[in-house]
Design a protein around this ligand. Structure first.
Ligand SMILES: Cc1ncc(COP(=O)(O)O)c(C=O)c1O
Length: 435
């Protein structure tokens, strides 16, 4: 028998531990209880329709339940849901790896499979670090990251990140990185050249110790949707290469069309040594991830048996995930997703053109279909100021999650013209009349 809404909430309150949630607050609120999801719409247990303004934590690039993806999952489920990927292979994984090699920046010919964005980055830093050890360059042990970076929640990826709230009880467990100032909280673009200069100075002094420079291309997501240009991305890549270091592109958020191209690195015309994808790769249907690598890095692990990469998860190469990812790539190839998203991005830019003049707004910025509104008051991640607007948005059936004083929309790339006007209207009016 189906559970009532109240029964679901009761069981949740009694037994569930939610991510990034203070349960003392959670139990005092009426939660959104989702019954179904389609396109940009979530329908709750009371039959009310909500707009998914953050693409369900940035995964739903094609909207919920994209038909191709749904069909591919059904078809694969009838064949095999999962088989171990050590000692066996299968058509979905082999086909997906070949497809990724053909669409990714040229030279990324190898795919390592894992389960989520954090593991995609964990794999990248392990491959980078171990590849130097395998090649006898044992001094290259440091990672360079950008201030405010977010690369995931495993201990390795938290070590790369620098959002204080996510690290503050982990002293002693994390490894040190070389962190580059990246205009934390700044508006405008002046901070970009300061960031590049700081990276150049760091690499001039300590480049010989660096295993890899790790970046979120074009948008530092979790630390406040801080956007920088393709020229800056390219310059950072060039500096890493001049220092003989590897370059890791964490495209977990920005990949799969989010910034206007299939991969953000395309806009800078670069091929990183390692590129991480997850979130949009299965169009929000399954937890799944890949780390793409060059043949040169793959070769560093060849030879005697102990040189192999000692890493793997139970669900590596999951056939359902592979089938969903292939269907997602088919959608980009055949359904005009990027062309449609470009029109919507232009519509978003036009509609929000005067928002920066609104009282209380410090900056409005946009890259592809990511819109960020930075408030004049408040500060970073832990600042509650944005929640007043999220509450006002919820009163308009728009689901958003603030990043401190930054409010953002990450809609499905498939959003219709009418839906986007509607979403911007709800978002804008929540910003103007916070609760
Ligand atoms: C750039 C980036 N890397 C890695 C991750 C971690 O992904 P996951 O939450 O799937 O572990 C995220 C998640 O938001 C991200 O934005």
């Amino acid at each position: 028998m189906a559970l009532t809404r109240a029964a679901i909430v009761e069981l949740d309150h009694r037994h569930v531990w939610h991510p990034y949630t203070q349960h003392d607050e959670w139990v005092t609120k009426e939660p959104l209880v989702v019954a179904s999801a389609e396109g940009i719409w979530l329908t709750d247990e009371d039959g009310q329709r909500w707009m998914d303004g953050s693409g369900s934590w940035w995964v739903s690039n094609l909207g919920h339940g994209y038909p191709r993806v749904r069909e591919a999952l059904h078809a694969q489920l009838d064949k095999a849901a999962h088989v171990m990927f050590g000692g066996a292979t299968h058509a979905p994984a082999a086909t997906l790896a070949a497809r990724l090699a053909s669409v990714a920046p040229p030279g990324l010919t190898r795919t390592f499979f894992s389960d989520n964005g954090s593991t995609a980055v964990e794999v990248a830093i392990r491959v980078a670090y171990e590849s130097w050890q395998q090649r006898g360059e044992t001094a290259r042990r440091r990672f360079v990251t950008l201030e405010g970076a977010y690369h995931g929640d495993t201990l390795g990826t938290v070590s790369l990140g620098s959002i204080a709230a996510f690290r503050h009880r982990l002293d002693g467990l994390l490894f040190d990185v070389l962190s580059i100032p990246a205009g934390d909280g700044a508006t405008g673009t002046g901070w970009e050249s300061e960031m590049v200069d700081a990276l150049a100075a760091m690499l001039a002094a300590r480049g010989h110790e660096v295993a890899a420079v790790v970046v979120e291309p074009l948008i530092l997501g979790a630390s406040g949707m801080r956007m920088y240009s393709a020229a800056t991305l390219r310059r950072m890549y060039e500096l890493a290469k001049e220092a003989g270091a590897l370059f890791i592109a964490d495209e977990v958020f920005v990949g799969l069309g989010r910034t206007g191209t299939l991969f953000a690195c395309e806009q800078a015309g670069i091929t990183p040594d390692l590129l991480c994808l997850s979130k949009g790769l299965t169009a929000g249907s399954l937890p799944f991830a890949v780390t793409l690598a060059t043949e040169e890095l793959f070769d560093a692990f060849r030879g005697e048996r102990p040189r192999m990469f000692h890493y793997g998860h139970s669900y590596c190469g999951n056939p359902l995930g592979c089938a969903a990812a292939l269907a997602t790539l088919d959608a980009f190839a055949e359904d005009g997703i990027l062309e449609h998203a470009a029109l919507r991005a232009e519509q978003m830019r036009r509609t929000t053109a005067d928002w920066r003049q609104w009282p209380g707004v410090a900056e409005v910025r946009q890259t592809g279909l990511v819109l960020a509104v930075q408030l004049a008051e408040g500060s970073d991640y832990t600042d509650p100021v944005g929640w007043r607007i999220a509450k006002a948005a919820a009163a308009r059936q728009l689901l958003i999650r603030p990043l401190g004083n930054v409010l953002y929309l990450v809609p499905a790339l498939t959003i219709t013209e009418h839906e986007l006007y509607d979403m911007l209207e709800r978002f804008g009016s929540a910003i103007q009349s916070p609760l």
